[in-house]
Design a binder for this molecule. Structure first.
Ligand code: PLP
Length: 450
């Protein structure tokens, strides 16, 4: 049942909004949940149903919904200073946040360029790679090495380095600038191949690309620590360090895209160093930076990059940036977000509940429909067996999403996968609630699919 205001909202949206990743066929009649409110880890639909927000918005609502103090921080900042041009002025919240970010990130990343979200943070990193190389007499170093199944955003350049096949259909991309390395997912390695051997093979893919293309033509390597939107793909142990080492050896800048993994998703402010032991040249972040309360992104830059481009004898501008770079209200909200993380010990909480979350997730693999159940930190993915995709016209992800929604849980469908990344404040009892629904939904969908 949908309320009157809900049906009006849906009709307006169907008529006037081209949503991200809209199906173009029959979009004017496509149904979608109309959300009226949200609190804690729940969304409340226009007709009053409470649904557990499995994807945490879009991997972003890390501190949970409906925090009054976030609204108060935004309102207070708007009363004080709602906007000042980042091109000509500095504001307290952006300066304070930049300093905090450099304290929370690996030690040598001490410069921050603020953006409007994840895609623009990635664009900034990629453009800065080119900028540095142009400035230092290496204009030929343009190619970006990226990975199949990676997702880095929806601006032209960020989309060009994204490697999800389904997103490549009818949009153009800067194909000349990018080379994709094959799938790194450790769970997809052939039978009989150990994780160490898989790691060797994946490092060899990178070595081969550098050899074939030539290091003098390659500017950067971009990698999500865990490939999230591509289906929660986890590279083999040791991969991050060895790829970083190779990049350093060939003077290729390493961009760690932490738009999903930063701000607690894996139990740390940033995963690059604390989880995977690497100090990249650039870290991009967004989403959890404000817990989704306002749009904001950031590109953090290593001193070794900045050292190359400042203080030389050319007075060249860094002509990259946005009207809303370092927006004072977004930055005030990000600072409040960090304060809440610290006060409530959210990182510690994530580290504490992760084993239970992953254990309950792994247990769902007993359903015959599930080919693989995997995750990292508070990210999870259920992937159907290859047979389940072949035998059924419907994608498992979409059907599981429908059934879960009826049962009070939102998941994010991805072809024959369902992924989830709940707000980080989720309790053990709520993890049970979530996994119990997934369990029951899988039982029901299995009966339909068999
Ligand atoms: N990078 C990663 C790893 C992402 O997952 C996303 C979005 O999901 C982006 C970049 C793009 O971020 P945005 O949608 O804020 O532009």
């Amino acid at each position: 049942m949908t309320s009157n205001s809900g049906s009006r909202t849906l009709a307006q949206a169907q008529r006037h909004i081209l949503h991200p990743w809209d199906h173009m066929q029959d979009r004017a009649n496509a149904g979608r949940l109309v959300v009226a409110r949200a609190e804690g880890i729940h969304l409340i639909s226009d007709d009053g149903r409470r649904l557990l927000d499995g994807p945490g918005g879009m991997w972003c609502v890390n501190i949970g919904h409906g925090r009054a103090e976030m609204a108060e921080a935004a309102a207070a900042q708007m009363h004080e200073l709602s906007y000042a041009s980042p091109f000509h002025t500095a504001s307290g919240p952006s300066a304070e946040l930049a300093e905090r970010l450099t304290e929370l990130s690996p030690p040598s990343l001490n410069t921050v360029h603020f953006t409007t979200g994840g895609s623009s943070a990635v664009d900034t990193a990629l453009r800065t790679v080119h900028y540095v190389n142009n400035r230092t007499g290496r204009p030929g170093k343009k190619m970006i090495l990226a990975r199949e199944k990676g997702y880095h955003g929806s601006t032209y350049l960020a989309a060009s380095v994204s490697g999800k096949e389904r997103d490549k259909s009818s949009f153009d991309a800067a194909t000349d600038l990018v080379h994709f390395l094959p799938d790194v997912a450790a769970h997809r390695r052939p039978e009989g191949v150990s994780e160490e051997e898989w790691c060797d093979a994946k490092v060899a893919d990178l070595e081969w690309a550098i050899d074939r293309i030539g290091a003098d033509r390659i500017g950067g390597f971009i990698a999500e620590p865990v490939l999230s939107s591509g289906g929660v793909l986890i590279p083999p142990k040791g991969y991050h360090q060895r790829t970083l080492d190779l990049c350093r050896e060939h003077d290729i800048f390493y961009i760690s895209d932490e738009v999903v993994t930063a701000f607690g998703r894996l139990g740390h402010w940033f995963a690059s160093q604390e989880v995977f032991g690497i100090e990249p040249d650039f870290i991009t972040c967004a989403k959890g930076l404000t817990s989704g309360y306002l749009p904001l992104g950031a590109c953090l830059i290593h001193d070794r990059v900045m050292d190359r481009i400042q203080g030389d004898d050319h007075d060249v501008l860094y002509h990259n940036g946005y009207t809303y770079s370092g927006h004072p209200v977004s930055c005030a909200v990000a600072l409040k977000n960090i304060e809440i993380f610290e006060r409530e010990g959210i990182l510690e909480h994530v580290r504490q509940v992760t084993p239970y979350f992953q254990e309950r997730l792994a247990d769902l693999a007993r359903h015959s429909l599930v080919g693989n159940a995997r995750g990292a930190g508070l990210i999870g993915c259920l992937e159907g067996t290859p047979e389940s995709s072949l035998q059924n016209q419907r994608d498992l992800g979409a059907r599981l999403d429908e059934v879960c929604e009826e049962m009070g849980l939102i998941v994010r469908p991805l072809i024959n996968m369902a992924v989830f990344s709940p707000p980080l404040i989720i309790t053990k009892a709520q993890i049970d609630e979530m996994m119990d629904i997934l369990d029951a939904a899988l039982t029901r969908v299995s009966a339909e699919f068999n």
